[in-house]
Design a protein around this ligand. Structure first.
Ligand code: FES
Length: 103
């Protein structure tokens, strides 16, 4: 089975951050937001991420740093065999995991 690896920043302002690694089964068309939903369903439901439209690139709530560049988790496609480092945006106050304060 093909997999994609997500290295996700976890934590909050009180406890600090750690990088957690998750191996996710790949499926065609999978976005990084889909991979995070898989992690929440199968590994850790406490992984926090903000989203609304889920794929229309309309709400912009899933903004995060992907391999150091700002992007939308619902539009970046997962690639089998590759590793993605996902972190909260640095320009906004951090709340928890991938969630930052709204502007
Ligand atoms: S969830 Fe709306 S833009 Fe990504």
């Amino acid at each position: 089975m093909s997999t994609v690896t997500l290295q996700v920043v976890r934590g909050d302002r009180q406890s600090g951050s750690v990088l957690e690694s998750y191996e996710v089964p790949f499926r065609d068309g999978m976005s990084l937001l889909d991979a995070i939903f898989w992690i929440r369903e199968h590994r850790d439901p406490s992984l926090s991420v903000r989203y609304s439209c889920r794929s229309a690139n309309a709400c912009k709530e899933c903004s995060a740093l992907v391999n150091g560049k700002a992007g939308y988790l619902c539009t970046v496609r997962a690639v089998p065999g590759q590793e993605f480092q996902i972190a909260p945006l640095k320009a906004l106050p951090w709340i928890k995991d991938l969630v930052t304060a709204l502007e």
